[in-house]
Design a protein around this ligand. Structure first.
Ligand SMILES: Cc1cc2nc3c(=O)[nH]c(=O)nc-3n(C[C@H](O)[C@H](O)[C@H](O)COP(=O)(O)OP(=O)(O)OC[C@H]3O[C@@H](n4cnc5c(N)ncnc54)[C@H](O)[C@@H]3O)c2cc1C
Length: 263
C-alpha cells in the first residue's frame, strides 16, 4: 500500500477527525440499474466512520482538474482493510465517470470520514426518504440498529431501475428490527406524497426519527412536509447530496446559493 498523496494529506489536516487514504479498487459489481458497488482497499488506520458517514474521493484520479466527490461508506471490513461504496453512475460528472470505468487495481486519493448526521438512538421508529444516491446511507444506518425498532423506507429510484432490484437496495436489518421497504420507480411528487402519508400513518411506534438524503429540491420538499405529518423538526436529519442539472462544487457539496439546509 502506498502512502496517501500530499494533496489528500493537506486536505485531511484541515478537516477534524479525517485522515488521508490511498485506496485501490479490489472489486466492482452492479447493485441495481444505475448503482455500482466499488470495493476499495487501503491502510484504514484512523479511519472509523460511524454508520452514515462518507468518504471524499478525488476524481479523475491524479488529474490536475480533479474534484472531490463524497460517497457514503456502505460497508467497512477491518479484517480485509476494505470499504465498499455504492455509487450512482447515471451522471456525466467526474464521480459517475470514475465509478463506471473503475476496474481492479485502479487507485484513488480519499479523505474521511466526513459527515455529521448520525442515527437518533432514542427514536423507536426510523423513516428514511432517499433517492438512489442516498441508498447506501439508508442501508448502513438502518442495519446499525440493534434495539427492537421499526424502519420504514421510501426510496425514489430512476425509472430505469426495475422492481426486481428492490431487494438489493433494502437494508438487511437485525432480527428484532421490522422493515417496511417501499421503492417508487419515478419521482412523481404527488404519488410520493401519498406513499409518505400512508407510510407515516402506519408508524405506530413513537418517537419517529426521519432521515432525508438525495437531490436538493427533493430533500427540501420532503423535509418541509414532515412536521405536518407529526414528525418533530428536531428529529429530522437531512442532507442534500446533489442538485438537478448542476454539478457539485469541487469540495463535493451541491451548489445551494438559494437554499437553507440543515447539515
Ligand atoms: C455527504 C454526501 C454523501 C453522498 N453519498 C453518496 C453515495 O453514497 N452514493 C452516491 O451515488 N452519491 C452520493 N453522494 C452524491 C454524489 O457525491 C453526487 O451525486 C455527486 O455530485 C456525483 O458526482 P458526479 O461527479 O458524478 O456528478 P456532478 O459533477 O456533481 O454532476 C454532473 C451532472 O450529474 C447530475 N447528477 C449528479 N448526481 C446525480 C445523481 N445521483 N443522479 C442523477 N444525476 C446526478 C448533476 O445534476 C449534474 O447535471 C453524496 C453526496 C454527499 C454530499
Amino acid at each position: 500500500m502506498a502512502p496517501p498523496s500530499e494533496h489528500a494529506t493537506t486536505i485531511a489536516a484541515r478537516l477534524e477527525g479525517a485522515v488521508a487514504l490511498d485506496l485501490a479498487v479490489t472489486a466492482t459489481s452492479d447493485v441495481a440499474a444505475g448503482i455500482r458497488e466499488l470495493t476499495l482497499a487501503g491502510d484504514l488506520a484512523g479511519f472509523s466512520p460511524w454508520p452514515g458517514q462518507d468518504v471524499m474521493v478525488s476524481v479523475p484520479p491524479r488529474d490536475a482538474a480533479a474534484r472531490w466527490r463524497r460517497y457514503t461508506v456502505r460497508r467497512i471490513e477491518p479484517a480485509s482493510s476494505t470499504i465498499t461504496l455504492w455509487v450512482t453512475v447515471d451522471t456525466d460528472g467526474p464521480g459517475g465517470i470514475w465509478a463506471s470505468a473503475a476496474s481492479v487495481g485502479d487507485r484513488v486519493d480519499a479523505v474521511g470520514p466526513r459527515g455529521k448526521i448520525a442515527l437518533d438512538e432514542s427514536a423507536a421508529a426510523h423513516l428514511f426518504v432517499v433517492d438512489a444516491a442516498g441508498v447506501a446511507a439508508m442501508c448502513v444506518m438502518a442495519e446499525a440498529l440493534s434495539a427492537p425498532s421499526l424502519v420504514a423506507t421510501v426510496v425514489v429510484m430512476p425509472a430505469a431501475a426495475s422492481y426486481e432490484h428492490s431487494a438489493a437496495i433494502a437494508p438487511k436489518c437485525a432480527e428484532d428490527v421490522i422493515v417496511r421497504h417501499h421503492v417508487l420507480q419515478e419521482d412523481d411528487e404527488a404519488w410520493r406524497e401519498k406513499v409518505l402519508d400512508a407510510t407515516v400513518k402506519l408508524l405506530e411506534e413513537e418517537p419517529v426519527a426521519a432521515y432525508v438524503f438525495g437531490e436538493l429540491a427533493f430533500t427540501r420538499t420532503v423535509v418541509a412536509g414532515l412536521p405536518a405529518r407529526g414528525i418533530e423538526a428536531s428529529r429530522i436529519a437531512a442532507k442534500p447530496y446533489w442538485r438537478e442539472d448542476r454539478a457539485n462544487e469541487s469540495n463535493g457539496e451541491p451548489p445551494r446559493e438559494d437554499a437553507a439546509e440543515s447539515e
